[in-house]
Ligand binder design. Structure first.
Ligand code: SF4
Ligand code: SF4
Length: 479
């Protein structure tokens, strides 16, 4: 019997419960008039302005660092910049025929995922092939918990396409080589849970976790499902989001590259889930009335404000139409509400105190690096202090400081090495000089000795000649 029993194994700490909103079926968004395909600045673009392209045709090449990007509509390339390939849609959506080679090992899967442009669809957009490269996992953790309370795209996907999601998970098991597979799903997703259970095979385990934000954070989900703490890598675990598994299914079984994704659009209490082509401008997804509001991409808790000209990319999981202005922050009243909701058991009020300076040593002592920037503390702070944002900038400042320190240490090391080399050179030169002087001295001494010998020889010759002269004089006088 498959272990389909929904249960919570480990208790959640901190976090926020936010009432879910109802939503309908996934709608297919109209094709954009112009699709602006985001491309990596390091990508090699394989099309030119004026080229006709088909839906799914690669517009960039891939390598072991970057995945390919594809035309999400058929039509004509009208402009190319360092970051975008813009295609005017012919509205025909003529498909490009991608061929999938037979898959025998992890390397084959990695190559396929790279060429199909697969990245994690949970929000981080980390290349799937790189994730597979990183370790030999024993556990495959499937993230079926939304990463933000205002995002419903994965829930909608499981409700409507659970059989395909499960097939995608099977592919992820084979591609990763994991021995066991756990799917963590939030307990308020009853319809999605029911559908997943209906297709669940024996070797997959479905575990319900509390619908308390941020259960969908990888580390939190791992703790809730297995009781294990620490990073996934330390626990030989690899994690994929359900939408990423669905993209794997589409790549392997349908030869379809990643050219669309499901995006949740939230406007007050109204939720829509749209299947959107990558590169669609946000404003094309909104009603005329909605076009006057500001837009937050990435969820209520961790999203960022973008303009309506922003285009849907592979990480766009939600578009939140933001109507209320954030009240101005007032001083901390030390109520402790932030501490109660922190899922990482940190002390946000103390972190806040030291983040304003920022005091690096204190922040390290208070484990700022463990802050997952979930924004729970922000949400409950009666003083409206943007705590998570402050923690993010404190982290960046510390990172910058550490980079500077590292650079300074490297420069010091290089300078010391230079000084050591200089001093060695001086010693070596002095030794060479000494030895030359020694040789010169010896040579001079030798020369003196030679001179003395020559002088002696000359003297001998002189003496001999004098003796001979004397003898001759004696002989001459005798005659
Ligand atoms: S919730 Fe806000 S006001 Fe209360 S202690 Fe935390 S930072 Fe201070
Ligand atoms: S943002 Fe950081 S400090 Fe605040 S609740 Fe989340 S983990 Fe805790």
């Amino acid at each position: 019997m498959p272990d389909t029993q929904a249960h919570q194994q480990h208790s959640v700490r901190g976090g926020l419960y936010i009432d879910p909103l109802p939503f309908g079926e996934i709608e297919v968004a109209p094709l954009p008039a112009i699709a602006h395909i985001p491309v990596d600045a390091k990508s090699e673009i394989s099309v030119s302005v004026g080229d006709t392209v088909l839906t799914g045709q690669p517009v960039t090449t891939c390598n072991d660092q970057i995945v390919a990007n594809h035309a999400s509509v058929s039509g004509r390339v009208i402009s190319i910049t360092q970051n975008t390939v813009s295609i005017q849609s012919d509205q025909l959506d003529t498909p490009y025929l991608c061929k999938v080679q037979s898959l025998h090992n992890k390397n084959d899967y990695q190559q396929l995922f790279r060429s199909m442009g697969l990245v994690g669809l949970g929000g981080a957009a980390f290349p799937v092939d790189k994730k597979l490269n990183s370790l030999e996992p024993t556990t495959l953790l499937i993230n079926a918990a939304e990463c933000d309370p205002a995002i419903y795209c994965d829930e909608a996907l499981m409700q409507e396409r659970s059989a395909k999601v499960i097939q995608g998970i099977e592919i992820a098991i084979v591609a990763s080589g994991a021995k066991k597979c756990i799917i963590g799903i939030e307990d308020n997703k009853s319809k999605a849970l029911e559908q997943m259970k209906a297709h669940l095979p024996d070797h997959m385990k479905l575990i319900c976790v509390p619908a308390i934000y941020p259960s969908g954070a990888e580390k939190t989900l791992l703790r809730l499902c297995t009781g294990k703490t620490g990073a996934l890598k330390e626990n030989d675990t690899i994690c994929f989001n359900v939408a990423t598994c669905y993209a794997m299914y589409q790549a392997v079984s349908k030869s379809r590259p990643l050219i669309s994704r499901i995006v949740t659009i939230v406007e007050n209490a109204r939720v829509r889930n749209l299947e959107v082509r990558i590169g669609t401008p946000v404003k094309e997804l909104l009603t005329p009335l909605e076009r006057s509001t500001s837009v937050v991409c990435g969820g209520r808790m961790m999203g960022r404000v973008v303009t309506q000209d922003h285009c849907v990319d592979k990480r766009t999981n939600s578009i939140l139409l933001h109507t209320d202005n954030h009240p101005a922050a007032t001083p901390c009243i030390r109520c402790g509400a932030c501490e109660e909701v922190c899922p990482e058991s940190l002390l946000p009020q103390h972190l806040y105190w030291h983040a304003t300076t920022p005091d690096t040593a204190k922040l390290q002592e208070l484990k700022l690096d463990q802050c997952i920037e979930c924004g729970c503390c922000d949400a409950v702070c009666p003083s409206h202090i943007p705590l998570a944002g402050l923690f993010n900038s404190a982290k960046r400042t510390i990172e910058k400081e550490e980079t500077e320190q590292h650079k300074a240490a490297l420069a010091k090391y290089r300078y010391e090495k230079h000084l050591a080399r200089q001093s060695e050179k001086t010693v070596r030169q002095r030794k060479q000089l000494d030895s030359k002087t020694e040789i010169l001295k010896t040579t001079n001494a030798d020369n003196e000795a030679k001179k003395a010998l020559i002088a002696k020889a000359l003297q001998r010759k002189k003496n001999k000649r004098a003796v001979e002269t004397d003898k001759k004089s004696d002989r001459d006088s005798t005659l």
